[in-house]
Design a protein around this ligand. Structure first.
Ligand code: GLC
Length: 601
């Protein structure tokens, strides 16, 4: 108890002295000095076992508060789709869970608070009722810094409503091949968009002392054939030109952590790369935050667990995301230090970084900090922001005198995603692989939004195309995450396309033959091969994965309350041969940067 009081008092004294500074540069220097003073003092007092505990991140389902206390665990995560008890747990249940682990950490021998992390990659997406923002692919199409900063801050507020401090976001994947299942987690194929958006999101997120994570270092989106966790064949010059700039931007923006990629470069797994992690990331770029491994990724390294730990920690990894086998790791790392396979100075560097980020984010002063849910979770302001972001991300691909709608038209809405919020949200939503649930406890479907709009108009929604002026077909891919989204044929009717797309298209063809106007809406995690269907559509809109407010956003744009603003941040391929030669313009249907708007018509 005595040590904790002195720790707390020391932290408060340093924090108050830092707050009194006025000049930002001087303030930063003073803050850094205070951090150094605090961390150096604390580090000296820790045993090797306590230090090793700080380097471990367990998944919540595989550790108890007592074990957090016994092993001085530095961090816990709730992985994709992990909930305290059930998917519809409320924010108080989440906060009580985080608090129970934090209490245990403060009662450990080191009394060091833990960092609780999760993938809030498009809002606090594991938590029932949270605002589900558009995925990064949408945000790349909108390409708006103010939106990114506001989304970062809103996400931090919703996370802090549950007391969670660490977001494994933003993904800074520069996507070389849209056959990759994680394409939608990237802003673009062009790193210039990442450079434009990254700092704003990180500043927004870290404004409320939520640790941001630049991931996955490096070239996760550059693997051969877009294979998730695959092998990058690019040379170093190309990697530095295309895949490094977003991380430079993130580090300049003060990002607190970097997550390492599962992928390999020329056969070397990133989790074992001293050259990229220590020589480039830490020494050349000067990154001083936490380098975090990905989920059990070190097990893809050569050798047994002991060797994998030695290789990855010596390569420069500071904290190990070992959801289940954190306990074995604890003993093995201590053995490795005692065997001189890992220098204690490397352990000290890792723990120094971890303690510095905890101190910087006021974990020692306010380990139980929480923002009031009523003012910060799923607020009207956040919903409006999500709607705005979605609306700005939509891309108008074709418009032959059909849009904007007047409100007088009778509309037949069809297709698998016409009344489904889950499909509009994609992966990392409520569950790791997303959800087949049509409702999320937040947001509105396209049908609900159009129905609401037409309450004040003469037009109606009708139940069969024969009674309609306009047939609007909403196609979709099924939700997917990580390697489960990899496909050699990203297409409207194949690959991860929803099985009902084909039937919906056939019905649209019948309607077209009977003189109906046909609008196509495509909800997807990437551009899709349209298989020569584009001529069928009198208007065609790409909405990608707009999130819980995608329905109201689409209604707002199609009825002309807003104009289209989105521009393709990925080239839209016409044929499979695009994947063999991306420079051949005849293989591209809509080029990078393409997007129509009403005022152009
Ligand atoms: C996953 C992902 C990573 C995520 C982590 C924790 O495997 O690669 O992006 O942050 O595990 O859920």
């Amino acid at each position: 108890m005595k040590k904790r009081l002195s720790l707390f008092l020391l932290a408060m004294m340093l924090f108050i002295s830092a707050c009194s500074m006025v000049d930002s540069d001087k303030e930063k220097q003073e803050n850094d000095n205070d951090t150094d003073a605090f961390v150096e003092t604390l580090l000296k007092e820790l045993t090797l076992a306590e230090k090793v505990g700080q380097m471990l991140q367990a998944e919540e389902k595989y550790i108890t508060p007592q074990e957090v206390r016994d092993y001085n665990i530095g961090s816990i995560l709730s992985g994709g789709g992990s909930h305290p008890h059930a998917y519809d747990d409320d924010v108080d249940t989440w906060y009580q869970m985080v608090k129970s682990y934090q209490e245990a950490a403060l009662n450990s021998s080191s009394q060091i608070p833990l960092l609780y992390g999760t993938d809030a990659v498009h809002g606090h997406n594991n938590v029932y009722g949270a605002t589900i923002f558009p995925h990064n692919i949408n945000l790349g199409m909108a390409n708006d810094q103010a939106l990114m900063k506001a989304i970062g801050e809103a996400t931090a507020r919703e996370m802090k409503s549950t007391g969670i401090h660490w977001n494994f976001a933003p993904a800074l994947s520069v996507v070389d091949d849209i056959r990759w299942g994680r394409s939608y987690e990237g802003f673009s194929e062009n790193p210039e968009i990442h450079e434009h958006l990254t700092a704003a999101y990180i500043e927004g997120l870290q404004k409320h002392n939520v640790v941001a994570t630049a991931k996955h270092f490096i070239a996760d989106g550059g693997t051969d054939g877009g294979v998730d966790q695959g092998n990058v064949l690019l040379d170093e010059t190309t990697i530095r030109k295309r895949h490094l700039p977003p991380f430079i931007t993130a580090i300049d923006a003060g990002v607190d952590s970097v997550m390492i990629s599962f992928s390999a470069i020329q056969g070397e797994k990133m989790h074992g790369s001293y050259a990229w992690i220590t020589e480039v990331l830490k020494e050349e770029l000067g990154f001083e935050g936490i380098v975090l491994s990905d989920w059990n990724a070190i097990h893809q390294l050569d050798g047994q667990f002991y060797q994998q730990l030695v290789t990855s920690i010596n390569a420069g990894i500071d904290m190990l995301m070992l959801p289940q086998d954190w306990k074995d790791a604890h003993g093995l790392i201590i053995n490795a230090v005692n065997n001189n396979d890992i220098a204690e100075s490397r352990i000290d560097d890792a723990v120094y970084r971890i303690l510095s980020i905890k101190y910087k984010n006021q974990l020692f002063e306010s380990p139980f900090h929480r923002l009031a849910p009523e003012d910060n979770f799923a607020t009207a302001t956040h919903k409006t922001l999500a709607l705005e972001a979605a609306a700005q991300s939509f891309v108008l691909l074709e418009n032959h005198g059909v849009l904007p709608l007047s409100g007088t038209e009778n509309i037949y809405l069809t297709g698998p995603a016409h009344d489904h919020v889950g499909y509009l949200s994609g992966g990392w939503t409520m569950h790791w692989q997303g959800t087949q649930d049509a409702r999320l406890g937040t947001g509105s479907s396209i049908l609900e939004a159009f129905s609401a709009h037409l309450k004040n108009e003469s037009g109606q929604l009708v139940d069969r195309y024969q009674d309609a002026d306009i047939v609007m077909v909403v196609f979709t891919e099924v939700p997917y995450t990580e390697w489960q989204g990899d496909t050699n044929n990203p297409s409207l009717f194949n690959g991860l396309a929803h099985p009902d797309n084909e039937a919906a298209y056939q019905e649209a063809l019948e309607a077209k033959a009977e003189g109906k106007t046909v609008i196509g809406i495509i909800a997807s995690g990437r551009p899709l091969l349209l298989e020569d269907t584009e001529e069928t559509f009198d208007a065609l809109v790409a909405i990608f994965l707009p999130g819980s407010e995608g329905g109201p956003a689409l209604s707002s744009v199609l009825y002309g309350d807003r104009d289209f603003k989105g521009a393709l941040s990925f080239a839209w391929p016409k044929t499979q041969s695009y994947f063999q030669d991306k420079t051949d313009s005849t293989t591209i249907l809509y080029p990078y940067g393409y997007g129509l708007s009403y005022d152009e018509d």
